[in-house]
Design a protein around this ligand. Structure first.
Ligand SMILES: [Zn+2]
Length: 257
């Protein structure tokens, strides 16, 4: 969404990857922006690393419901492809870190996104923190796998980002604002696909708070409603060579450093 200085890749030719820890994070944080990308003709892929409640109740009906909810929300937003991971909800730290990186690297290799959205590393939720770290590791500048990535941005998730400790290390400091006024109804429709996950005001995962946050973020940038992001890296210049066809993960020696 953030336009590079070069403008080499037209919006309708962009490939956009959104990485989320749990079903509903993608809509809460970046749903309006994904709807804009899709409406502009970009190819949008969403990776959700966990089905949600897997750690507490494997194969539960609620799991199936959350998969259905995620698929329904993706359809509403115009997402072209949804990939669901198999990490244990609220227990990403029980997995070897490489297991978080592998699914991201696999999509970097296959999909070659121009824009990547991921969690803010200072969120209160540990799964979110780890997804940020895994995304950053997969998209590290020295990796040939991330050669296609021109922009790496972090999104905020109401009920997690603002719940972090009031310490500088955790602060979400947005510097990119995307106007979502025209797609706000689409974002709300996608949120309603996750009705069971929404809270009642004054919970910060209530429709009232989510709307108020969009208005606040919009006001910070002269927009009616906005989603806000921290730009971690934008690369301006010719694309490096494409990644070689190598197995994922530890094949890249820079991962060990
Ligand atoms: Zn989450």
């Amino acid at each position: 969404m953030y336009q590079s200085h070069r403008g080499d890749v037209a919006p309708k030719e962009q490939r956009v990857l959104c990485i989320a820890a749990h079903p509903d994070d993608e809509v809460l944080g970046v749903g309006g922006t994904l709807a804009r990308h899709a409406a502009e003709g970009a190819e949008v892929l969403v990776l959700i690393m966990s089905e949600g409640e897997a750690a507490k109740a494997p194969h539960s009906r609620r799991n199936a419901a959350r998969r259905d909810n995620a698929a329904a929300a993706a359809r509403v937003l115009g997402v072209h492809r949804l990939v669901m991971g198999e990490l244990a909800d609220q227990a990403f730290d029980a997995h070897p870190f490489i297991e978080l990186i592998h699914p991201i690297e696999a999509l970097l290799r296959e999909f070659r996104p121009h824009i990547v959205y991921t969690h803010h590393g200072g969120d209160a939720n540990t799964d979110h923190q780890l997804v940020f770290k895994a995304t950053y590791a997969a998209c590290r500048p020295l990796s040939t796998l991330s050669a296609s990535v021109e922009q790496l941005l972090c999104y905020e998730v109401p009920s997690s980002t603002e719940q972090a400790p009031a310490l500088p290390h955790y602060a979400f400091l947005p510097n990119v604002y995307v106007d979502v006024s025209a797609v706000w109804a689409t974002k709300l429709a996608a949120l309603r696909c996750y009705a069971a996950e929404l809270g009642t005001w004054p919970h910060t995962r209530s429709i009232e708070y989510i709307d108020a946050l969009a208005v606040k973020r919009g006001g910070e940038a002269g927009l009616r409603r906005a989603e806000a992001f921290t730009l971690i890296r934008a690369r301006v210049g010719p694309s490096p060579p494409a990644a070689p066809d190598a197995p994922p993960g530890s094949a890249d020696p820079t991962l060990r450093s």
